[in-house]
Design a protein around this ligand. Structure first.
Ligand SMILES: NC(=O)CCC(=O)C(=O)O
Length: 261
């Protein structure tokens, strides 16, 4: 099975959801022009890390995000991995993904599990405690968000399901881009999975964000990597490469989980 994937490496207007929502459609339209099966957005693209103002700007119940993603997916008839957005649910704030299928239905959602203290997420957000699972043209896939990639045990847990593609929206600062690339490659190799990771570009009051959105194959090779400028690029991956990697080196069968406590 082949999947054509577009990476929407967008800039984010700090604390301006209306402006950010207006930026989505051109990316989706370009992805559709490039015959993508799915287009992927970065982390917290509705608000950026304007965490002190979440009470005013977070998306209540994710309603606006779900409506916009559904409408665009149906209009352009492609799947959208909506990166993540700041949401408010029952008086708590979350960093939340939504995935829309090509018919415009929301088929998956995930709340960031590991909150990033260096950017004060733990002061404002509530962590998630569950995995997601969805299919892209019948290929099983799952999501994590940014700092989650530093927790190999979490991505292993996800990969012990039938997942073959791990989607990673991010707001990853420029000074640690070398770590971003190494961590993503390691997660792809050890889990014998594709990793599709989309980072934002531009700046907020505290950080500059380094792009380098990337698709990595199950052997750790970069299939596609963007630079540090805003833009969308598209590539096609062959999921058979995950079977080949798993067949050649039986990492999953060779695990010793009884020793891992
Ligand atoms: N938004 C994030 O989770 C950033 C994570 C990060 O920068 C890191 O080094 O980890």
């Amino acid at each position: 099975m082949k999947l054509t994937i577009s990476l929407a490496q967008m800039n984010v207007a700090f604390g301006q959801p209306a402006e950010n929502f207006s930026r989505l459609e051109p990316f989706v339209a370009q992805a559709a022009d490039e015959h993508a099966d799915i287009v992927v957005f970065p982390e917290m693209w509705n608000t950026g890390y304007d965490l002190t103002r979440l009470a005013d700007i977070a998306d209540v119940n994710g309603a606006q995000t779900q409506h916009v993603l559904s409408s665009l997916a149906e209009k352009y008839h492609l799947m959208i991995h909506g990166g993540s957005v700041a949401t408010e649910r029952h008086g708590h704030f979350y960093n939340t993904t939504y995935v829309a299928n090509a018919d415009g239905q929301i088929i998956a959602s995930y709340d960031k599990v590991h909150l990033f203290g260096l950017m004060h997420e733990d002061d404002y957000l509530t962590s998630g405690n569950a995995k997601d699972r969805f299919e892209v043209k019948s290929v099983p896939a799952t999501s994590v968000i940014c700092y989650d990639i530093r927790f190999p045990e979490w991505l292993r847990t996800l990969s012990l399901t039938d997942s073959r593609v791990i989607f990673v929206p991010a707001e990853w600062p420029t000074p640690r881009i070398a770590q971003w690339r190494k961590l993503l490659a390691a997660r792809a190799i050890e889990n014998q999975s594709y990793v599709v990771a989309v980072n934002r570009v531009g700046s907020d009051p505290d950080n500059h964000f380094g792009g380098n959105s990337v698709v990595i194959d199950p052997l750790g090779n970069e299939v596609l990597r963007l630079d540090d400028q805003e833009g969308l690029q598209t590539t096609t991956i062959d999921i058979a490469a995950t079977d080949k990697a798993r067949g050649f080196m039986p990492v999953f069968a060779d695990r010793r989980p009884e020793l891992y406590q």
